[in-house]
Design a protein around this ligand. Sequence first.
Ligand SMILES: [Zn+2]
Length: 638
Amino acid sequence: MGKTWTEYERKAWAPPEKLTVSQCADRYRVLSAKESSNPGKWRSSLTPYLIDIMDAMGDRKCEMVVVKKPAQVGVSEATRNGIFYWVKFDPGPCLLVYPNELSTREQVEERLKPMVRSSLVAETTEKASDIKLTKLALTSMEIYVGWATSPQRLASRPVRYVILDEVNKFVDWSGKDADPISLAKARTRTWKRRKKIVLLSTPTIREAQISKAFEDCDDQKTFTVPCPKCEHYQALVWAQVKWPKRDEAETHKQHESRIVFNQLARFECEDCQYGWSDIERLAVIRKGRWRSQEDAPENPRSLGFQFTVMGTPWCNLSELAAKFLKVKDDPAKLMEFINQDLGEDFEEQQKKIEKETLFNKVAQRHPRNLIPCWAGVVLCAVDTQKNHYVYSVRAFGKNFRSRLIDFGRADTFKQLETMVLSTHWPIADTEGKPTADSLQVYMLLIDARGGKSTAGIDKSRTDEVYRWSMSDPRIRPIMGHGGATTASKAIKLTNTHYVPPQGMGYKIVRYILDVNYFKDVLSHRISHEDHTLWELNGDVDIDYIKQLTSEHKVLVRKGQRANMLWKVKSEKAANHYWDCETYLCAAAVMAKVELLPDQDHLIRARAEESKRRSAVEQQGRNQTEGKKPWVQGKGWWK
Ligand SMILES: [Zn+2]
């Protein structure tokens, strides 16, 4: 046990009546300008959602408090009110844990030390060494500080109180060590039922720490507020926020500005469907209450709290709506919006590709090796293996509509040339009958990283792929990267000087793809409600389908970061066609498919072209030259 107060001291500080943490904060806590942008006396009434959270920290019956929250809504300040209360009225050694050393330094220098200096001066000792980064020794108790990346700091002396801040950012330790959360919890063991563990975090996904801890609580509380019209108490969830649709004449930007400028977003009551304005919402959140789950025990020993930013004064519904519209098509940004801005778990919509969806696409029986009349360009992607290549060929039309034309395996570059690069695929008419027109591959992306494996010996096929790519301007070497960093560009062109294991170095242009991003794009297209957006052909077999369903999107932790990444479901599963289809999504961007005209325009252009061609032929000119625009693999771009 740490230091305890003398009887005299205890009496001197004893509250006039038994105070809760929030009452104690209202009475004694004054925030200095260093601690808050809103300095002055603490007022719990401004943030009613924090009251029960604070009070749980002072409630002797409660051993564990779990708070699932949006970013920047005052919860950390509320926990400092808890520490303040412990120091004053119920001292015991305390451990604070942050994700890493940097966040620890920030918290200690910018929050804890100012709090000690402004509100707890009477508790400090004369010795300057008693206030350090890792330990704040007060006269009544000691506050230890640690971070999740340093197990030895978390595994020493016993403590009564533990606060774990931003637990979803904690690293998972590998090997023998227990994870930081279990380790910190273990230190409270000797305090039995007088211990208190507080876990805080903005959520990420349902499988992550804070949500699991929340689910494990005896009572899982949700912050509810009454409808201004029917007074029905309800949780403020994003699904109930509504705003007017975009007018056809409006750009996306104009739509977003209109919503914000005229404050058009509303929260729709789940009961009476009345749409609350933001002013009404701000008024009712003051009457907010925490709702226990229905079967909660009478004296829960662990309390979970969850609320979204809409239960706080720190948001504006119309601004949230505009931000949502801006990020909704970028999965990484959307996840950040849902976690940080809203404080909700991110439920990934397309975690995996359903086999059923793919079987339905095959059942459409689109012919193989025939370009549909709506397509204006043909693209190919090649996945490089140790001793062969796997390729997919896809035709694209307006609005990224596409159909699989051909797929297969080639053993050599020569075979790829004959099977793919020099093939003329006939274009169908509107009835689906082949015409005299044809298209060649406009661009071929090939994986330049394939084949690398055996230890010590460079078996990568990078050199071969680079050299082959120089034989035809349509071939572009690519390298995929995991896409763990959301900030990077989806496609990056790099000029590099490549030095092969044997021989001279040379200059090469290659493209680095954020494959995780393009897998999101692909999964979105495959599962799109418009089944014609991404089509297969009738020749697709079970193997192709298996490969397309070989990966799923899961949470992957690397150092401080947790990311949703596409990973193979089982190590044995082949995923070559999945890779090819992913590269094709990137190829479509590189080929500027979005500029393709619609079907009528394409058909007209082809008719004009064929008229011109026959005129040229009649003049007895060279046939191959006459065919040029459609056979040189240029497609729409002559
Ligand atoms: Zn209502």
